[in-house]
Design a protein around this ligand. Structure first.
Ligand SMILES: NC(=O)C1=CN([C@@H]2O[C@H](COP(=O)(O)OP(=O)(O)OC[C@H]3O[C@@H](n4cnc5c(N)ncnc54)[C@H](OP(=O)(O)O)[C@@H]3O)[C@@H](O)[C@H]2O)C=CC1
Ligand SMILES: CC(=O)N[C@@H](CCC(=O)OP(=O)(O)O)C(=O)O
Length: 366
């Protein structure tokens, strides 16, 4: 309990009945350094009714108030609740020496005005914003290590950040126009609250665009990327949709280039950033299959496809260049519930507790 370098952790999961909470429980059950998992629900209900895939695990829901009473027993608590909830409860756990990883958007902005503009509500714990660390583990590892409070990134945001950072850090991008992002998410991205438009009967054999006025992950991305490059403002044009599948994000990011580059040069840049294979960043893998076909040949295997990451904590990246128009193109795929949520949350927990960052997360895709 309340360890800083523990090898057996006691973990709370607030919002354990939802998609990210369920996925977190699934992954934590296979984590060798986690001993006790305490998920919450506001309603009393049998765990295996909600998560039949975890039948036999022995986990049980408790009210969040009970978890708060148990704070002294906890090492870390994850919030898997809709945005606007964690901000009311995080302080209690921090005061009891519990580390917090919030999967919602409550602590993703340093600037409270920006939070209030993007989410349209007052922030109830603005005093905690300056210390919250934005948890793209690969790019913020040193700060994650010492953090008490992690703001886990949005699922589109982390996928786009991993896709765009090497291009931006290389100084290759013309930032006078917005970066263009098109992303399709599985239906689990919409959470468990029933809505007719997102039912199977509506989405099967179909696609569902939403938030074209500017998805709320746009400002999140802009804030992180501008800070990372310490350069001019970054603007993103983000377009989102739900596809005819349950999980996974397929994201394409296009950026106008300031100089002539070819695919091999981009591949070198991305491989330098993330390493070849698992040598660099374990969970970020660059598809470096060479192109061998002629003009107009469809070489599907030179880019990642969504199925390559589903069920895993990996982000696969593929790159190319439209040389006639000077546009760099990046394809990034992640599982929204793993790298986009529960997997990154555990990766951050591992770093916070001085554990091997890949612990509990080494599974390859389905
Ligand atoms: N789905 C995704 O792909 C991703 C989601 N996120 C973010 O993670 C968070 C959870 O998302 P997701 O799992 O999809 O959402 P769900 O709608 O599937 O689950 C939300 C959970 O929160 C609980 N809950 C709701 N209100 C409260 C409250 N006032 N106090 C305590 N618990 C509450 C519900 O449990 P109960 O009713 O049983 O109490 C439920 O378990 C959201 O902030 C979402 O934006 C982040 C990345 C990816
Ligand atoms: C449930 C929900 O809001 N899903 C989001 C994607 C999941 C996510 O990453 O949203 P957060 O920024 O809130 O974490 C959506 O469909 O746009």
């Amino acid at each position: 309990m309340n360890n800083s370098t523990a090898d057996k952790l006691t973990v709370g999961v607030v919002g354990g009945t939802g998609y990210t909470g369920g996925e977190l429980c699934r992954l934590l059950l296979g984590h060798p350094a986690v001993e006790v998992i305490l998920p919450t629900s506001r309603e009393p209900r049998p765990f295996a009714h909600t998560h039949p895939n975890l039948r036999g695990s022995g986990l049980e829901f408790r009210p969040v108030e009970r978890l708060e009473e148990q704070a002294d027993e906890l090492d870390v608590v994850f919030f898997c609740t809709p945005s606007g909830e964690a901000m009311n409860r995080v302080g209690h756990f921090l005061d009891h020496g519990v580390r917090v990883v919030d999967l919602s958007a409550d602590f993703r902005f340093r600037d409270v005005d920006r939070y209030q503009r993007v989410y349209g509500r007052e922030h109830a714990a603005a005093h905690l914003l300056p210390e919250a660390v934005y948890g793209v583990t690969e790019l913020n590892r040193d700060r994650v290590r010492d953090a008490r409070l992690i703001a886990n990134p949005g699922c589109y945001a982390i996928t786009a950040i991993l896709a765009l950072t090497p291009l931006l850090n290389g100084g290759f991008v013309d930032l006078t126009s917005p970066l263009s992002i098109h992303a399709t998410n599985g239906t689990t991205g919409a959470g468990t609250t029933p809505k007719k438009a997102i039912m199977h009967a509506e989405v099967a054999e179909s696609m569902l665009a939403y938030s074209l006025e500017g998805h709320r992950h746009g400002p999140e991305l802009e804030a992180f990327l501008a800070n990372a490059i310490q350069g001019p403002p970054v603007r993103v044009d983000i377009n989102t949709a739900h596809g005819n599948f349950a999980r996974g994000i397929h994201l394409q990011a296009n950026a106008g280039l300031r100089q002539r580059l070819d695919r091999d040069q981009l591949l070198e840049t991305f491989t330098a950033a993330y390493g070849p294979g698992h040598e660099g960043e374990h969970f970020v893998l660059v598809n470096d299959v060479p192109k061998q076909g002629g003009v107009n040949e469809k070489e599907y295997d030179v880019y990642p496809s969504l199925g390559h990451v589903v069920g895993s904590n990996f982000c696969h990246l593929g790159v190319d260049v439209d040389r006639a128009r000077g546009i760099a193109k990046v394809v990034a795929v992640t599982d929204n519930l793993v790298k986009g949520a529960a997997g990154s949350a555990i990766q951050n927990m591992n770093v916070m507790f001085g554990l091997d960052e890949t612990l509990g997360l080494r599974t390859y895709a389905l």
